[in-house]
Each structure stands twice: as C-alpha cells, then as structure tokens.
Design a protein. Structure first.
Length: 641
C-alpha cells in the first residue's frame, strides 16, 4: 500500500462497524479465558462487522514482554487457554485485524498471527523472545507464522529470538501493512477489508504452505545449522505443520513445550528474566550524551553509545586529544566494515552521530554528560545536563553521582549508579534511561562500600589464587570454567587486565576491599604453574570452591542490604562474570535448584577451605573463607540460597 494511501485512509468507516479489543493480560490463564469471553460476546452481536485487536507494549530491559514472563509461571495452563482463544479468533465469522505498535512478542505475537490481517506502526518490534528463556513459542505460534510467512522467515525469527523491525516483519510476511502513523491507522486496515470484500480474510490462509518443496527445503537448511535440542525441536514442530494433521502437530508442540519448560536450564533463565524485570529501573531515553575529557577509557563507552543509536559529543579543551578520540572512533568503524560486521551505510549513519567541541558551552542536544575521573570538577554544565563521573573511586561520596559500567562484548551489562541522598531523583532516572538505552541493567548503590560487581570479581580472583596455591594448575582451572560454559574464565580475564590493570581496579574498589582481598595473593593469578603440594586440588574441585566463594560473598551482600536477595546476586554475577544463563548464578548453584544438599555441601566446602589454607579462627578466615552467617539461617529454614 502506498504512503499516500496510508496517510489518506482516515478513521475506520462506520459501515464496517468494528469492535476494538485490547487485552490487558495475556500471561495468566484466567485472564486469557476472560478475554476469550469478551471476543465471543462481540461475535454474538449481529452488529459486529470486524474485530480489531490493539497489541503491543514497552517491554522491560532485556526485551521480554511482561505477558511472557507471567505465562512462564503456568505454562501448560496458559498454553491451553491461549489455544482456545486462537481457535475463536481463527474461526471468527467476521474479519479480524491486529493493530501492532511497540514490542509484540510472546502470547501477543501468537494472537496477532491468528488474525487475518496485521497492520503495524513504525515502532513495531515483532518477535519470539521465548528462545532466550529456553522455551518454544506458545499457543501454536510457530504453525501460524509458518502459514503466514513460510518456514524460512519463521525459523529465522524463532531460532534467533531477535526482534524484527516493522519493515522486516512486513518483508517476511508476518505483517501485511506498515503505516506512517503511530499508533497504526485503523482506517488502513478497515478500507482494505471493505475494498477487498473481506472474503479471503475470513478463511484460514495457508498460502505459505502451498509449495511443500520450498517449505521442506527451508527446514532442511535450518536443520544443518541447528546446534542444540531446542532448535532441532522447533524445526520438527514447524515441519509437523505441513506433514501432519493439525491436531497431531499441536500435540507434538505441546509435549515439546512441556519438556523444555521442565528443564533446569530453562528454570534458571526464567528466574533471571523475572529478577531482571523486577529490578529494572526505567528512565527516559537520552537525547544525546556528552563525554568530557577524551580519555582512552571512554572509547568503549563511546562505542556503546553509538551502537545504541545515540548522538555522542566529545568535549575536551585540547584539540589534539579531540582529534585522537575521533580518529579512534573512525578506526573502529572502518575495521568493523572490513570485518563485515558493519555496512558502509551503517558506518556513515554512525559517523553522523559523532560531534566534538572544545568547551562544555558547545554541547548541543545532549542531556547526559559523562566524565572520566575528575574531568567534571569545577565544570559548569549547560542547563538541563545531568552529570556523572565514570571510573572514579567507587566508595566516594558527594552530590555528583558515579556511574560504573560493565558492558558485555555482545551488548548488555550492568550499570551501577553510586548515589547518596544529595543526588536528585531526576538524575537517577536520566542515568537509568541511559543504562536502558545501552542495554544495561541499572542498579542504585549507596556510597561507602565497594561495588557488588567489583566485590564479586575480586572474590573470584582471590579464590582462584588460593586454589593455585593449593596445587591446581591455572590452565586446568580455566578449562574447568570453560567447560561450565564461560567464554573466558577468571584466569583469562586476569591475564587480559595484567598486574597493573588488576591493581588499578582494586584501587577503584577502595582500600577496605584491597585489605580484605590481599593484593599479594592475587600475584598467583599470573603464575604459569601450580604451587607444588603433596595433594593438589583437582580442577573440578577448585571450580566448585570458587563458586562457593561467590555464593559466600552473595550471603554478605544480602546481609548488608547491598543487594536485596539471592536472585539479585545471581543476576549481577551473571552480568559481570559472564556465567552461563543455564547455571543461573552462584546462589542458584549452591541451592541446586531447590534442594538442601548443595547448600550444606557448599557451606562445608568453605569450612574445609578455611582449614586447608591454614586460616582457622581469626580475622583472615572471617573476611574470606569462613562461611557467612546467612548459610546457617537458610539451611535451618530450608529456604535455599
């Protein structure tokens, strides 16, 4: 449909007499059943000429819709309730239309695919994020998508778990119309229904299934690339749509969904996603970001800001430093183009986001200013700018908030906002909005203590160092962590930083943390061989000791109220240390998915290590290997970690 036609379509014609329905909750079985009742009531009215569903939401950080997280708590019942709703929509006596804006995924995507026509606004992000949880889409979504778009686009969307923009969703066949307005113009869909009579829209369209050879060719190609059981099962379910009767295909999908829902890795992923949604601090997306001081440590921050499609302005009074910063950005982009990670058009767009100025007064369009170290001291920021200090002493106090970013190589990460009572609520919201734009979880931390991210990192490094002292070879311990699923284990990350980098990070953590960890002990991280001992630690045992040490630190973080609960500890540890999602984190590891045995075993590992290192009673044991008080309380209560 042309842009002119889209803009002139106007409101829905009265002759169509549509009924618009907006589901408030597609995540709970009882809510879905109630919404199904509303649909049936509307269809029973002879005056109803069409059903229009308003779908879409602003999903929390991580991109998982609230309905999907709610549905995961009662998967079998939610799946059955959703199937009943889908059946009502697919067999409706009148045309059905989905108006889509924002993020449409999970149960909302299934409902949208059940309608005869989908019209989207430019803000649409359509997808199947269930993959990130180790789940399959609910309510027969894969079959519906395959019937609309074919096997190839459906498999790409389901197996990647990524969000499709409005244009890509339209090109794939998952959406029929993209309007120029937001929300999408109802008149566009209504006029199409009237102009085309609506007859073909009443049928269960299976046009994408009419070429079996092409369909099966797409599934065969996807099967060659599949590397995990979830992908292989998704391909099986999509093939079943073509090859088997609908009721048989549906039963296969339901059995597969139940199987993956019960997997420990899925439970760990769901736990993390719910915690992330609970802890996420939302805020307005920045108009732009100013970086004060063209320091080398700001380079990865600048890259992340540009990748988030935000304008960035370098501010430095020295022209040579500004030139060097701009050349570094250009060089990174050129290398990305050469490596095929970035198109030339995308590079040109990214370069258009970058500007530079010698004075803060030259900042235009930015509403957040970040600076390395003391670069904000004595600087008068233009009105409307919120300032934050990066990479400063994280235990310092003051009116200016501190921001400690731990960004992952593939996006995401953690943003710890160090803020005392002097920091305004608006400043916190602005920084949380920046973190959200960068794909990072924002966590507010009170000043005066080392950040949770640094404490967990140094506890892991100290535990590794002690294991090396007890005869575990560094290379073997690194391999044991990689077997667990880490891309780079603690030995490799220490070597990446080097002794100087590790010392600098420890200074940022504060003098109290340095005294607790013991800088001299960390020197063992750089040994190529294990210490000679009569009975050396095995790599697997050493890895378990390291995880127990992390759980022990988690107990302390909870007791101090630095982090609210075990789930928050695990989320921070996963984001900062790169622990695999299926592990869930050190606290869940200690809990062993609900049993008491691992709690006792982990506590006993700590006690044994305290004796083995010669700590015994005394200050050294109290600050590191001695089990925290929280272990006894949780074991007695049977609450798990």
């Amino acid at each position: 449909m042309s842009e002119q036609a889209v803009q002139s379509a106007g409101p829905a014609p009265a002759a169509l007499n549509p009924v618009t329905l907006t589901p408030e909750d597609l995540g709970r079985p009882e809510a879905i059943e109630a919404f199904t009742g509303l649909c049936l009531t509307a269809l029973a009215d002879p005056g109803t000429g069409a059903l229009i569903f308003e779908l879409g939401e602003r999903a929390p950080r991580g991109g998982l819709p609230a309905a999907l997280l709610a549905a995961s708590e009662t998967l079998p019942q939610t799946h059955d309730a959703l199937l009943a709703l889908i059946n009502v929509v697919r067999t409706a006596r009148v045309p059905t239309v989905a108006r889509l804006s924002g993020k449409v995924g999970g149960p909302a995507a299934t409902l949208a695919l059940a309608t005869a026509l989908r019209v989207a606004g430019p803000s649409l992000r359509f997808g199947f994020p269930e993959r990130r949880l180790g789940l399959l889409p609910l309510g027969g979504a894969m079959g519906l998508a395959a019937a609309r778009a074919g096997a190839g686009p459906t498999l790409d969307a389901v197996l990647s778990g990524r969000w499709l923009g409005a244009a890509e969703a339209e090109a794939s066949g998952l959406v029929e119309i993209v309007t120029a307005t937001e929300p999408p113009a109802a008149g566009v869909a209504a006029r199409k229904l009237i102009d085309e009579g609506g007859a073909h829209l009443l049928a269960d369209r299976r046009g994408a299934l009419e070429d079996p050879d092409r369909f099966l060719g797409a599934t065969a190609a996807a099967r060659l690339r599949a590397t995990d059981p979830l992908s292989e099962t998704a391909i099986d379910c999509i093939e079943a749509v073509l090859l088997l009767p609908p009721e048989v295909a549906a039963s296969i999908e339901a059995e597969a969904l139940a199987q993956f829902a019960a997997a420990p890795g899925t439970r760990a992923r769901l736990r993390r996603a719910r915690t992330e949604a609970r802890l996420a601090r939302g805020g307005p997306r920045p108009a732009g970001v100013a970086l004060l001081g063209a320091a080398p440590e700001l380079a990865p921050i600048a890259a992340a800001i540009i990748a988030a499609d935000l304008p960035v302005t370098f501010v430095d009074p020295e022209i040579d430093r500004l030139r060097a910063a701009l050349e570094a950005v250009a060089g990174d982009q050129d290398r990305a183009v050469e490596a095929g990670r970035l198109s030339e058009a995308a590079r040109d767009h990214a370069w258009g986001l970058v500007s530079a100025t010698l004075e803060p007064s030259g900042i235009i369009g930015a509403d957040v200013a970040l600076a390395a170290g003391p670069a904000l001291d004595g600087v008068d920021l233009p009105p409307g700018l919120v300032g934050a200090a990066l990479a400063v002493d994280t235990t310092a106090t003051g009116a200016l908030p501190g921001l400690w970013l731990t960004l992952g190589a593939g996006g995401g990460g953690l943003a710890e906002i160090v803020a005392g009572r002097e920091v305004s609520h608006d400043s916190l919201r602005r920084l949380a909005g920046l973190a959200e734009a960068l794909g990072a979880l924002a966590v507010k931390v009170a000043p005066g203590r080392a950040l949770p991210s640094l404490r967990l990192r140094f506890v892991l490094w100290r535990a590794v160092a002690d294991c090396v002292a007890l005869g575990c070879a560094p290379a073997a311990l690194e391999a044991a962590f990689r077997d667990l699923g880490l891309a780079r284990g603690p030995v490799a990350t220490a070597l990446d930083l080097g002794a100087a980098g590790l010392a600098s990070l420890l200074r940022a953590a504060g003098t109290a943390e340095a005294a607790r960890i013991g800088p001299a002990a960390l020197d063992r991280l750089f040994q190529s061989e294990a210490a000679p001992v009569e009975t050396p630690l095995g790599a697997a045992e050493a890895r378990d000791l390291c995880l127990a040490a992390l759980a022990n630190e988690g107990m302390r973080l909870i007791a101090e109220a630095t982090l609210p609960d075990a789930e928050a500890v695990d989320l921070v540890a996963t984001l900062v240390l790169g622990l695999p999602a299926d592990l869930g984190g050190p606290m869940l590891w200690a809990e062993r998915l609900g049993g008491r045995t691992r709690l006792l075993a982990a506590r006993n590992l700590l006690r044994g290590m305290a004796v083995r290192t010669g700590a015994g009673p005394g200050p050294a044991a109290a600050v590191f290997w001695e089990p925290a008080a929280g272990w006894e309380e949780r074991i007695r209560a049977g609450r798990g970690a």
